[in-house]
Design a protein around this ligand. Structure first.
Ligand SMILES: [Zn+2]
Length: 248
């Protein structure tokens, strides 16, 4: 049964689905590898804690809802990885799409998701006077060529915060809990920030947000199989989110 509380889990990168009609635009011979390394595999299950969850319905290789819509605002667009990826994680070509096609994908997936996201946050605000977004991700155990942070020494868990939207108590609770459970935890490294729908961004402190990024090596192998650590990670994520519920 779904819990009634101000928590909203966002899982943007767990899908591997590429709609049939889009497949012909992919020029890379390495689509399987790209889906392997770029997808936050199993995160729709790992973050399934009974709290309200929204999941992006298609692969980030179709459209990435966590990028800025407009390439001129998006730093990753310089790597061919704005909201619509044109490049693979190694810099080679992923797909070839026209400007019109790009806009169509943005309308169909990006805009629709953000509308839904905004509606869910508004609903929580109306009902509880506040909302805590938990942005649920995972990351590859080695830096991928497109990533800015190329330090090989990656933590087990990265907590992403936003100066305006992440209360200190939330950051400290997560950090303390995961450390106590034996994980190596870093704040905003190798990835930083946490998503907030534009409507509320830096406008409403009652919309809180924090990102949790799990190093894949904690729960899966390179062949996408779950490992023996899976259950423990899932349980720890659930406990962490219950602790967060208490501090908001
Ligand atoms: Zn992700």
């Amino acid at each position: 049964m779904q819990k009634n509380n101000p928590i909203l889990i966002n899982v943007p990168h767990a899908s591997t689905y590429i709609p049939q009609k889009e497949k012909k635009f992919y020029t890379t011979p390495n689509i399987a590898r790209e889906l392997n390394v770029m997808t936050d595999h199993y995160c729709d299950d790992l973050y399934d804690t009974g709290d309200k969850m929204i999941r992006f319905p298609v692969s980030r290789l179709v459209c990435d809802p966590e990028r800025f819509r407009d390439d001129s605002e998006e730093i990753m667009a310089s790597k061919g990885m704005g909201a619509i990826y044109l490049s693979c994680s190694d810099g080679s070509e992923l797909k070839s799409v026209s400007v019109e096609h790009k806009e169509k994908l943005l309308t169909e997936y990006y805009d629709r998701y953000h509308k839904r996201f905004e509606t869910e946050v508004s609903g929580k605000l109306q009902r509880y006077g506040k909302c805590l977004i938990v942005d649920g991700h995972s990351f590859y155990d080695e830096p991928l060529p497109y990533e800015f942070d190329q330090d090989q020494n990656r933590p087990d868990i990265c907590i992403g915060t936003d100066e305006y939207h992440t209360p200190e108590s939330i950051e400290e609770t997560l950090y303390g809990f995961f450390r106590q459970r034996g994980y190596r935890v870093e704040i905003n490294r190798p990835f930083s920030g946490s998503i907030v729908p534009t409507k509320f961004y830096q406008k409403d402190k009652n919309v809180m947000s924090v990102m949790i990024e799990l190093n894949r090596r904690l729960y899966m192998d390179h062949h996408l199989h779950k490992t023996s650590g899976y259950r423990r990670v899932k349980e720890d994520v659930a406990t962490a989110i219950r602790l967060l519920e208490k501090c908001i």
